[in-house]
Design a protein around this ligand. Sequence first.
Ligand SMILES: [Zn+2]
Ligand SMILES: [Zn+2]
Length: 368
Amino acid sequence: MRDYYEILGVPRNSDQDTIKKAYRKLAMQFHPDKNPGNKEAEDKFKEAASAYEILSNPQKRAQYDTYGHSAFSRGSGGAGGFQGFNDINDIFESFGDIFNDFFGGQQQYRSRGRSGGSTKGSDLRYLMEVSLEEVLTGTEKEISFETEDSCQSCTGTGADPKHGVDTCRTCHGRGQVIRAQGFFQLATTCPDCRGTGQIIKKKCTDCQGKGRVASRRKLKVKIPAGVDTGTRLRVAGEGEGGYAGGSRGDLYVEVRISEHDIFEREGSHLYAETYISYTQALLGAEIEVKTLEGQHTLKVPAGTESGTQLQVPKAGLPSLRSSNRGNIFYIIKIEIPKKLKPEEEEKLREIAEIRGETTAKKKKGIFS
Ligand SMILES: [Zn+2]
Ligand SMILES: [Zn+2]
């Protein structure tokens, strides 16, 4: 694990304000809403939060200054159990306020509201590939994913329902134990019952005492027309199962637009290239081009230069907010033949003469 001061980039004697500012800056930079699907940013985001969790708390900071990371490793007699953040939702639960100022309530991640010991299940993220054709019309897709639910047999307690539970003897049912740490007396989660205050007599056979079971869920998700890479769709109540009767978390479907054979997307407009011949460029033509729905006849005016953009109006995409469609822009490229037919060359030389232009001399075969 990296040094917490180093992670936040602050000197060891920094005051709380400096630490908070440093953390905010990093949290903004690596915020998952700004870096969708970026694992490295997520790791940085977690790392910064872990450092801030310790350094923002004067007591924990004093312990860290004295004992380093070992102050928080399990079973060391330290404050116990803080190994850094693994779940992004925990970060928002702990430091959500810090983000409110910056994201004005726009953030997708929210704290898991706790109420009376029951905890809402974690939110889940699902990455979904969507094609441009699907963006045009909107679609419905069936997805299937692995998640975790509260065990039905033991209602999440982990105890075999026939045998019940005993009060934990280590903490006498309080769920916490007092430990001396240097000058401090610290109340920490009881290591034997993990804070539940109860000891399971016999483990539930369905979940092996974990209170949680893996489950595979299948559901249909409506993808509205106009979505783009980074669009996040919230499917309420389809995340992980809650703890101790808490409600299910939410599912966030994150959209990624798959690459298209022909089109590049820019907002609601689509761009593609098409080739025309030099005669078509000079004389004008009507050419067939592809759209997302089929074909379109594109009028190429006489005297079209390479790089000209010709549009197929309203053949682009709608946006999430409006059904007004963008355009397709075809970027015209002129194909210059590498070899001319003898007859073609002859005609072109005549044209050059009419135009009074000098051209390269006709190549004569040396051996002919
Ligand atoms: Zn169970
Ligand atoms: Zn206990």
